[in-house]
Design a protein around this ligand. Structure first.
Ligand code: GSH
Length: 200
């Protein structure tokens, strides 16, 4: 299989983490895609131009990190990050939705900041500053919950890659002044797959 990524995308990183965690390195070739570039050859592979994108063993392509991670996690019939018991665990599903929401907001901020200074929208930037602070406060208040400290699922991974993206490429360390979230993030950062896929 071929997994198209950029090494800065948190969504692509989730797929890379699942590849490492499920020891699929010998089955999945990770390839750098050229995104956001007029006429990129990558658009012939994935018309949406987004990453991650997985081309399976028979040449069928699929986009979106949720679908790709679920697919890769299910290949051995023993999903760990999409355990069926979590399908109706609404607390867990809410956590995952919150984490994705935070991730999307941080991506919007990073994308906006990557535009030339004169093209950035101060309104959009201010909106995302407020959102991420509220979301970080939410996680600080919930991080002691046993749910946050159990076996990691996609929700945990999504929160961890979001916090690291904010720290390394975005607005700064959202665990500053949030000691419980900081301690949680230190534990998540110890995961070998987090280290193997660390942001450049
Ligand atoms: N919902 C998608 C989001 C993927 C996404 O937005 N990827 C960004 C990188 S973080 C991208 O490929 N951007 C390139 C573009 O929009 O053309 C997922 O979960 O995979």
């Amino acid at each position: 299989m071929k997994l198209y990524v950029t090494y800065t995308s948190p969504y692509a990183r989730l797929a890379r983490i699942v590849v490492v965690e499920k020891t699929l390195e010998n089955r999945v070739e990770v390839l750098a895609a050229k995104t956001r570039s007029v006429g990129s050859p990558y658009y012939q592979i994935n018309p949406s131009g987004r990453v991650p994108y997985l081309v399976d063993d028979v040449g069928v392509g699929m986009e979106d990190s949720q679908l790709i991670c679920d697919y890769l996690d299910s290949l051995d019939g023993k999903p760990r990050f999409h355990h069926p018991r979590r399908d109706s665990d609404w607390d867990y599903r809410r956590l995952e939705a919150n984490a994705r929401s935070m991730c999307e907001g941080i991506c919007v901020w990073v994308r906006e900041m990557s535009r030339p200074a004169g093209e950035r929208s101060p309104t959009v930037l201010a909106h995302e500053v407020g959102r991420r602070q509220r979301m970080a406060d939410l996680f600080e208040s919930r991080v002691g919950d046993p749910l946050m400290n159990g076996e990691p699922g996609m929700g945990h991974l999504t929160l961890a890659v979001s916090l690291e993206m904010a720290h390394k490429r975005g607005p700064g360390d959202l665990t500053n002044g949030r000691p419980r979230l900081a301690a949680w993030m230190r534990r998540m950062s110890d995961l070998p797959a987090m280290q193997a896929t660390a942001l450049p």
